[in-house]
Write a protein that binds this ligand. Structure first.
Ligand SMILES: [Zn+2]
Length: 479
């Protein structure tokens, strides 16, 4: 019988904080500027330049720490992590080793076996590095320091996860907490949230951990799940063949669905950490912690309960609506304007989710205004347009945020309630289809459906279906 193995996973999650300026200088953190335009002597590591800590970074780190049940190191310090790499102009990264701002927290995730707590070892503040661009055509490498000095928090979990599903649930949980706090947009694709996976396997029931590897370069939940499965298999194969797993950093290649060794894994002593002499230690008073606590917004779990109670919508709906802070904001703003929570929820859950999927977009990318969705709902409610037309108008709102009233007016999409005009149209269609009248007389109900369909098509979907049915029946009975 083959042996049973247990996978042990811990995560290091880097999150770029949503501050306007960098952690130690006044340069912009905006994504996507021309190379090296958001830079100054501090973030390009010029000799003699001095860092000054951005207070907002401490506040965001505190907010995340408090929301993940961490204890706070009220006296915390910055340390230099020394290493040479061209994207790191100072030849050291300012980080925290000895006294990180938050430690010993936890978050709760849902697993197939019920709720589970995942421990958070620590959260520390640090600066991001620049970006190297390898130009294969010109056979050279270029460096862009716009990202150098962008504030990060690194959230280090305990090795408490046992499967890819648990890892994804943990990441989702962190992402939602941080997005709700407004501390980061947490976009994996753009790199504002990045996860390194530490993984080892051991025989089921073993006390000691196996040798772990670290995997980098994971920029989607799907890539993370595939990398975990791939690495787990690789390590089990090595063990079964009697070989050793080597402690190393590996790069996952999601296209090839395989990983390769990058470098042997360093330990803390390899970096020659020492306290940064340019930065004062940070003292976080009880009052400061209290102020941050008082400002904490409503988080997802609280919204979930409130939506079901206040708006009487099912838990399933509430879960989808709150799965993105941005979508929850749109939901609440729209309900405020039209007072129809279930209707708003339906437009978001059905049509919006369908269009997002079609365009391969995230709920974070929804850009229509609550005002326009509210107006659309009012137009349907007042019977000005029917539901079929409303769907096409919504597609325009979704894509271009059009004003529905104006759009319906311009395109002539209002329901035709002019009974006289409808009668004339239907009579024409009946006259042109004598066979249908014959079939109808012989008891084929379908024949009536055919005439109704022809009428709706002739009216370009704008007729009121109830009224059309009524007139068709009346005229066919007479014919
Ligand atoms: Zn700068």
């Amino acid at each position: 019988m083959s042996k049973q193995y247990e996978t042990v996973i811990g995560l290091e999650v880097h999150v770029e904080l949503a501050t306007k300026t960098k952690i130690f200088c006044g340069c912009s953190t905006a994504f996507g500027g021309a190379p090296n335009t958001h830079t100054c002597p501090v973030c390009t590591g010029m000799p003699g330049s001095l860092p000054v800590l951005n207070k907002q970074v401490v506040e965001y780190a505190l907010a995340v720490g408090l929301a993940t049940n961490c204890s706070i190191n009220q006296y915390c310090k910055f340390d230099r992590k020394n290493y040479f790499y061209p994207d790191n102009p100072q030849n050291y990264q300012i980080s925290q080793l000895y006294l990180p701002i938050c430690h010993d927290g936890w978050v709760e995730i849902e697993t197939t076996a019920g709720k589970k707590k995942i421990g958070i070892h620590e959260i520390h503040m640090e600066e991001d590095a620049g970006k190297l661009i390898h130009d294969e055509w010109d056979d050279c490498s270029l460096v862009d320091y716009n990202r150098s000095g962008v504030p990060l928090i690194e959230i280090v979990s305990e090795p408490d996860m046992r499967s890819a599903d648990e890892v994804i649930a943990y990441l989702e949980k962190l992402r939602l907490i941080i997005q709700y706090l407004g501390a980061s947009d947490c976009k994996l694709q753009e790199g504002s949230m990045r996860a390194d996976v530490n993984l080892s396997v051991r025989e089921a029931g073993a006390e000691q951990f196996g040798t772990r590897t670290e995997m980098k370069n994971l920029n989607s939940f799907k890539a993370i799940a595939r990398a975990i499965e791939g690495e787990r298999k690789r390590q089990i194969e090595l063990i079964e063949e009697g070989k050793k797993v080597i402690q190393e950093t590996r790069r996952w290649d999601d296209n090839k669905e395989s990983s390769h060794a990058m470098r042997s894994k360093e330990d803390a002593q390899d970096y020659r950490y020492f306290p940064d002499p340019d930065l004062m230690p940070v003292w976080i008073s009880d009052e400061w912690i209290q102020r941050v606590k008082d400002r904490q917004p409503e988080l997802r779990t609280e919204k979930l309960t409130r939506y079901q109670k206040e708006f009487q919508i099912p838990q399933y709906d509430a879960e989808i609506l709150t799965s993105s802070k941005h979508m929850a904001d749109i939901f609440e703003a729209t309900v405020e304007l039209c007072s129809k929570p279930k209707e708003v929820s339906n437009w978001l859950m059905v049509e919006t989710m369908r269009l997002l999927k079609e365009h391969e977009q995230d709920p974070e990318e929804i850009h229509f205004s609550p005002k326009h969705l509210a107006e659309l709902i009012k137009l349907v409610d007042a019977g000005t347009i029917n539901r079929t037309v409303a769907k096409t108008v919504f597609e325009e709102i979704f894509a271009n945020d059009v004003d529905p009233e104006q759009y319906v007016e311009e395109k002539g999409l209002k329901v035709v309630n002019d009974e006289g005009a409808l009668r004339t149209e239907i009579q024409k269609i009946i006259d042109a289809n004598p066979q249908s009248v014959e079939d109808y007389r012989n008891g084929k109900q379908k024949a009536m459906g055919f005439i109704v369909g022809q009428t709706m098509r002739a009216m370009k979907g704008k007729a009121d279906p109830g009224l059309v049915n009524q007139i068709v029946k009346e005229l066919m009975d007479k014919a």
